[in-house]
Design a protein around this ligand. Structure first.
Ligand code: FAD
Length: 323
């Protein structure tokens, strides 16, 4: 077994995914402990070489083939299996995204290698890798030890690497199996577009099932207008169509880090907290004092949101008009 830490570089439409810098930052740290290298794996159809030298890695393994023009799990698994068998790294890091979840399981099965999914921390302790993984939808963390293996890492678990690494870029010959794939890429179905990108907003007024119905979302909209923010939602609100799916915060929605997040009638299920717990200031309005949202809130009230929201809007409008 080698000492390198491999990172699959995820990319979409010619842009490297944010996860690459996060995983490579951790890979560099771990490689420092194993005495190996942080090795990025870039599977691409020609554009990748311009990006390769900017990656914060010690080495980049660059595989160019038309099969990588779009994401085809079969092509990725063929390439990754060949690379892992050849390089025998201590650890392979893959982002716990839809792409990563697609790959990590089948790669683990093919390699007969352990997989730690939903990984939120990693360390090297002597000869073992110590991985912390979220279980039960994020309610508990489990710490496991493994000699080597694969980890699929939750977004935002590690800070991005600072600066590039001036890596050595090594062209790897495309694997034979890439020319006879059984899977064909037909087309991409783009997600619904939204008038706003909630991940880029500084102030979010987020409504949950406690808002009661679509007709009440206006109360949150008025507060958002007064504060210069936008309205986001928990999953039941998006599922009910009270707000577009693109406004959904959480595990199956967007991860947001605004300066202010006001949670109105949101219980704080782990899947919701996953998407907003890193907000700078969290204020919770929930009539249930035991609601888990209060575990992450900096301030909170158990008053009824139908009293609080109009009162808050009125105060802010009054303060703004005086100013
Ligand atoms: P509830 O849990 O029903 O909470 C409503 C809250 O409103 C309660 O706490 C109640 O006390 C309070 N309330 C009621 N009336 C008032 C009032 N008048 N004033 C003040 N407070 C009031 N959820 C997400 O949000 N985002 C996701 O991305 C997501 N992904 C998921 C992925 C998976 C695989 C699974 C299994 C679940 C996912 N969920 C997600 C769902 C999640 O588990 C919860 O069911 C959901 O977050 C609950 O939404 P909620 O807090 O709006 O509703």
């Amino acid at each position: 077994m080698g000492n390198d830490i491999l990172v699959l570089v995820e990319h979409h439409a010619g842009a490297v995914h944010d996860s690459a810098a996060e995983l490579l930052g951790k890979a560099r740290e771990l490689a420092g402990a194993t005495g190996g290298q942080a090795v990025a794996v870039l599977l691409h159809d020609g554009w990748g070489d311009t990006h390769a030298s900017a990656l914060p890695a010690d080495r980049v393994l660059s595989v160019e083939h038309t099969a990588f023009a779009n994401f085809l799990p079969e092509a990725y698994v063929i390439a990754l299996e060949a690379i892992l068998r050849d390089r025998d790294p201590r650890l392979t890091l893959i982002a716990n995204t839809t792409v990563g979840m697609d790959l990590a399981g089948s790669l683990s099965a093919r390699m007969s290698s352990p997989l730690v999914a939903y990984c939120v921390d990693l360390a090297i302790d002597g000869d073992v890798v110590v991985a912390t993984s979220q279980v039960f939808g994020g309610k508990l963390n489990a710490e496991v030890e493994l000699p080597s293996g694969i980890a699929s890492v939750v977004a935002g678990a590690f800070p991005p690497a600072e600066g590039g690494g001036a890596p050595e870029v090594e062209a790897v010959a495309p694997m034979a199996g890439l020319d006879s794939l059984s899977m064909t890429f037909l087309g991409r179905i783009e997600p619904e577009t939204s008038d706003v990108d909630i991940t880029a907003e500084e102030i979010l007024i987020s409504v949950g099932r406690g808002i009661g119905g679509e007709e009440n979302v206006e109360l949150a909209q008025e507060l958002a207008d007064a504060l210069g923010g936008v309205v986001s939602a928990s999953r039941p609100v998006a599922d009910a169509g009270w707000l577009p799916k693109t406004r959904q915060v959480g595990k199956s929605g967007r991860k947001v880090t605004p300066r202010l997040y006001i949670a109105c009638g949101i219980s704080g299920a782990p899947e919701h907290l996953e998407g907003m717990r890193d907000a700078e200031l969290i204020i919770a309005i929930n009539t249930d004092e035991k609601a888990p949202i209060f575990d992450v809130a900096h301030f909170g009230t158990t008053e009824d949101l139908f009293d609080i929201l109009p009162a808050l809007t009125e105060r802010i409008e009054a303060a703004t008009s005086v100013a």
